[in-house]
Design a protein around this ligand. Structure first.
Ligand SMILES: [Zn+2]
Length: 389
């Protein structure tokens, strides 16, 4: 691979053992974006001649960056689909007998396409929910007798809301499994509980990235994410770049040779456990899934918090339909408010404020905003935003 790939030829040296590997430079998303900007449209991380690639996907660009483009060869695409079939779907108990409904648009987002292809490879019936309203998706789900739903956790709850408004009972649908990605929700106990209650199904988490591949899945225990160590080398590094049990997840993929990544900083904050899991998986586990983005951490009166900790409290309150954490900088301090849309008129925020204070040890202001004013997304929900100062 080295002589053909200009990006890695500049960065890699001979690796004979783990010590050599650990001296390889870390790779960041901004380096990849800069490489694509300098060498448009795909950059220099190409191992094969351009005509060998068959698929293009790109990141959403939701963090304000330009979208990052990623190419796959037939071999690397088959690698994606095989991991979905052999790990993600298998762990959730999905088989060729299932009917899988995908509540996503048909855009350049890789999660949808790889999940769809993986289910097809498994022999399941794959049903696209692209270009539909939420109501049309619900009616398809019921009419087609879907047994598995794939969506973001936020969108699964949004569909459940719409079902309520329409008087449709999702618990009487055939859906027995839901699989979620894009946000950590399915590993957050209260969010998972809310989805399971709405659908009468078992809810599973999955992690992956456009530029890396499908990295993890939640097993029958559903208390975290197993990292697929047979297909990646994973490291967890502290802020000084030293190996740690808690820190940023760094990954090297082993089967996507057309456009590979070595020691890629995912930006995800994780805690790993090497304790054996009751499901029997040999893979290490991220406790509670991905805890958040490294740069999503905020500080309230000296206490470091992540949006997922707030979400776990908020989702225990069925009166909250949607929420966003608004962060302002006032007098050199982070000030944080929770903006919420309530499901019923006249709900009070007092109980939620008290629960937040008790669980997190700090006071967080809750403000009710008008219904329909907070963003909802089929892709990643943005749980934290910068307010006016
Ligand atoms: Zn397990």
């Amino acid at each position: 691979m080295l002589p053909a790939n200009a990006f890695w030829r500049r960065r890699l040296h001979d690796v004979r053992g783990w010590d050599d590997f650990e001296r390889l430079p870390l790779t960041t998303k901004s380096e990849l974006l800069a490489d694509q900007a300098a060498d448009p449209p795909f950059g220099t991380n190409l191992t094969n001649p351009p005509e060998h690639y068959v698929r293009l996907h790109q990141t959403s660009g939701s963090s304000g960056d330009r979208p990052l483009r990623w190419l796959d060869t037939p071999e690397s695409w088959e690698w994606w689909l095989r991991i979905w079939a052999e790990h993600v779907y298998r762990a959730a108990g999905v088989t060729a007998r299932d009917r899988v409904f995908f509540a996503f648009s048909f855009g350049p987002f890789i999660g949808f396409w790889s999940a769809f292809g993986g289910a097809q490879r498994l022999g399941a019936l794959c049903m696209s929910g692209g270009a539909m309203t939420s109501e049309q998706r619900l009616r398809s789900l019921l009419d087609l007798d879907a047994t598995v739903l794939l969506s973001t956790p936020t969108y699964a709850l949004r569909l459940a809301d719409v079902a309520n408004e329409l008087g449709l009972d999702l618990r009487r649908s055939g859906v027995r499994v839901t699989i979620h990605a894009g946000e950590p929700g399915a590993s957050i106990p209260a969010t998972r509980g809310a989805i399971e209650a709405a659908y009468g199904a078992r809810c599973f988490d999955h992690t992956g990235m456009t530029e890396l591949g499908p990295t993890g899945f939640s097993c029958s225990q559903r208390d975290g994410i197993h990292l697929i160590e047979s297909e990646f080398i994973f490291e967890v590094l502290d802020p000084n770049g030293r190996p740690a049990g808690e820190g940023e997840l760094v990954a090297t993929n082993l089967g996507r040779w057309g456009m590979p990544l070595v020691r890629y900083r995912t930006g995800d904050r994780v805690t790993v456990s090497a304790e054996p899991c009751a499901c029997g998986s040999p893979f290490m586990k991220l406790v509670g899934g991905i805890q958040g983005r490294i740069d999503d951490m905020f500080t309230v009166r000296g206490v470091n918090l992540y949006p997922s900790q707030v979400e776990d409290i908020v989702r225990r309150h069925p009166e909250v339909a949607e929420f966003v954490i608004e962060r302002r900088r006032e007098r050199q301090m982070d000030e944080v408010s929770l903006l919420i849309e309530t499901a019923f008129d006249g709900s009070s925020t007092e109980r939620l404020e008290a629960d937040l204070r008790q669980a997190l040890g700090v006071r967080i202001d809750c403000r009710v905003v008008e219904r329909g004013t907070l963003p909802r997304s089929e892709l990643k929900a943005k749980r934290i935003r910068q307010g006016d100062t």
